[in-house]
Design a protein around this ligand. Sequence first.
Ligand SMILES: [Zn+2]
Length: 268
Amino acid sequence: MTTGLPGSRIAIFGVFVLGAVALPAQAASPLNPPLPPARPAGIDPPEEQGKYHAEDQINEPAGEPSRRPPKEAAPAPESQEVVTPTISSACSGFLTSGQVEARRAVAPPPRPGCGIDEPVTISAIIRPDGRKISVAASGVMRCALAKEFATWAAGDFSTILETDSRKIETIVTGSSYECRPRNRVAGAKLSEHAKGNALDIRGVKFSGGAHALVGDKASPVPEALFASACKTFATVLGPGSDSYHEDHMHIDLAPRRPGSHYCRWQMP
Ligand SMILES: [Zn+2]
């Protein structure tokens, strides 16, 4: 029961919780943990992600000229030929916190208007009780988003979805970093995905084989999950918001006025 959502229709929240999400860029102090591989292994994306994955390949060595070494010196070892930005101590602390399995990522090739501060990939969440929840098919995202997502997933997210006999095995994600306009509409404003500041969540798989998926009529995620997301993220979009979000939950950390959240979904 989500009494804060009149009519279970469209909710535009103005909660005050946002302050902690953005890592101040000026707080960066260069650290140099070991460089990771360019992309983590993951479960094959579900059907939904097929349409979102085309542009995800920006993370992969597709032979684009921008992946060459910065200078035409000796050949560099694979996946280390692109300069990886330094990261803040806050991000470094997150990566080594034991709260997640996450790594620094190679910065995507530069494109006009697109790019990621402190790019990371996340492959698992470690709950406070030590249980691991895999994150499938996560691409590259801002460290600040990964941190917020991991905290939420280990907390309210799993509390809402799990029972004593039903535990989450995998969180199935969709698009993360993609250099594209909103909803892929030509000429539209640049998406938060283009800054690595957004993540699409398809749903979860439980140990034992059951699942809960956004937009799945037989096994949908509960509306409480959207309400919880709206308290954490600047933007939450789901089924009913528009035709682009029928099968996933979009979350992002778009800059907004303090305490302002833009959340839209409509449960069937
Ligand atoms: Zn999205």
